[in-house]
Design a protein around this ligand. Sequence first.
Ligand code: ITT
Length: 201
Amino acid sequence: MRYYSMKNTVDSLVFATNNAHKLAELRAIVGGRYNILSLSDIDCHEDIPETAPTLQGNAEQKARYIKEHYGYDCFADDTGLMVDALDGEPGVYSARYAGPGHDSKANMELLLHNMEHETNRKAHFSTVIALIQGDETRFFEGRVDGVILREPCGKDGFGYDPIFEPEGRGVSFAQMSADEKNAISHRGRAVAQLMDYLLNK
Ligand code: ITT
């Protein structure tokens, strides 16, 4: 195990994610205000278990795994896309909607197929962040409402971004710049609260 000299100092935190897109978004939102370490920065190259039935449970499970196995203060995010006409699906199972693995194209295709005859296109993204510092655990949440488009639009972003249009915007998340998405997104809103806590506590 490699230990950094800045381990657990005020301005350094591990983000417990295997998703490179999430890490890039996080670093863009946080800017220079905190030093965000990735899992590879701490020599963690394993798939962290994610077996809870809720976003909050999964976020805490991922952060606790890193705290217990690697000793670092850290945070994790769990995100889901909740579609009204599908009774909140894919929700907490968004990553594996089309089966095991993290195939975003297959997930979007299945979702569009299941929504083919639906006129109610309302949906929202939710993110829960679990922060573990010492023996304290805190949660931060963000949500953005919008609609599921009839086909993928745009090339930026990741995951379900090409088929999600945030309310009143007229374009999908995948047609926005990173800054535009981060200013209104589920993750942007949850991270704003996280930063507010970290910088003002
Ligand atoms: P980690 O658990 O390692 O953080 P993950 O990709 O498994 O990475 P989640 O379980 O939180 O992360 O993600 C659930 C699914 O939602 C997954 O398919 C993502 O691609 C998708 N997703 C997450 N954030 C998204 C965003 O901002 N825009 C579009 N899709 C997103």
